[in-house]
Design a protein around this ligand. Structure first.
Ligand code: FES
Length: 135
């Protein structure tokens, strides 16, 4: 096989660069598809009937799903905003952290008792056909 000439090498370099540039532009121009294929968007958190009215459930140590009123569902991060422990229970109308005793409201994640000073971040969800999914 003959050794490529300098002219051939330059041509190959330029065409390779153009191909990479076109591929980047196509990927950048389609953010909606990236969202649709995002695995997180279809994650099932729980069945609605498994979440008690006036209470909630901790899901996989990552999320807390609550039902403050019949048919109203909320979800929050399960990571305490004080020092990052995973909340351990939902009872008495609050989401409870075992590490230093912080409590958060089940309807909005607001601090009901410190030492945490910030609410639990809320998580968007979709509720359909008795199933609660990450939204
Ligand atoms: S980490 Fe939750 S109260 Fe301190």
């Amino acid at each position: 096989m003959p050794f490529p000439t300098r002219r051939v090498m330059i041509f190959r370099t330029l065409t390779g660069g153009v191909t990479a540039l076109v591929a980047s532009a196509v990927a950048w121009a389609r953010p909606a598809e990236a969202t649709e294929t995002d695995a997180e968007s279809t994650t099932i958190l729980a069945k609605t009937k498994s979440i008690p009215v006036g209470g909630g459930k901790i899901i996989q140590g990552k999320w807390v799903v609550t039902q403050p009123k019949k048919g109203t569902f909320r979800a929050f991060s399960a990571k305490c905003t004080h020092q990052g422990c995973t909340v351990a229970s939902v009872s008495g109308g609050t989401i409870n952290c075992p590490c230093h005793g912080s409590k958060f409201g089940i309807s909005d994640g607001a601090v009901a008792r410190g030492p945490a000073s910030r609410a639990l971040p809320s998580q968007r969800i979709k509720v359909s056909k008795g199933v609660i999914r990450l939204g």
